[in-house]
Design a protein around this ligand. Sequence first.
Ligand code: FES
Length: 106
Amino acid sequence: MSEWVEVCGEDELPVGGWKTVELDDAEVLVVRLEDGFHAVEDVCTHDGGCLAGGDIEGREVVCPRHGARFDLLTGEATAPPAYEPVHVFPVKVEGGRVYVRDDRWG
Ligand code: FES
C-alpha cells in the first residue's frame, strides 16, 4: 500500500478549485467541493484527455475535450461520450494539509 502524498494546504484551494498531483504512475485531479476534497484519476475514459481544467458543475467535472461528465465522489461517468468510470482515490485532511493515496494495488 502506498504512502499518503501531500497535495497542498487546505486553504490553498477555494471551493470549485482544483490541482493535479502525480501519484506513482497516475496523474490525479484533486477538487474542492462544498463538502470537502475529492480526487479522481486525471484521465478521461473516453479518449484519454485530461479532466483538469474542465468545468466543475455541482459534484461533476466536465471533460474539456468532448464534454463527458464524471461524478467526483463515485467516479461514475454520468454523461457520454464516456461510459467507464474514472478511479476515485482516497483523500484526507490532516493538520490543515490535503493528502491523497494510491489504493489501486491494495
Ligand atoms: S476525451 Fe473526454 S470526452 Fe472525449
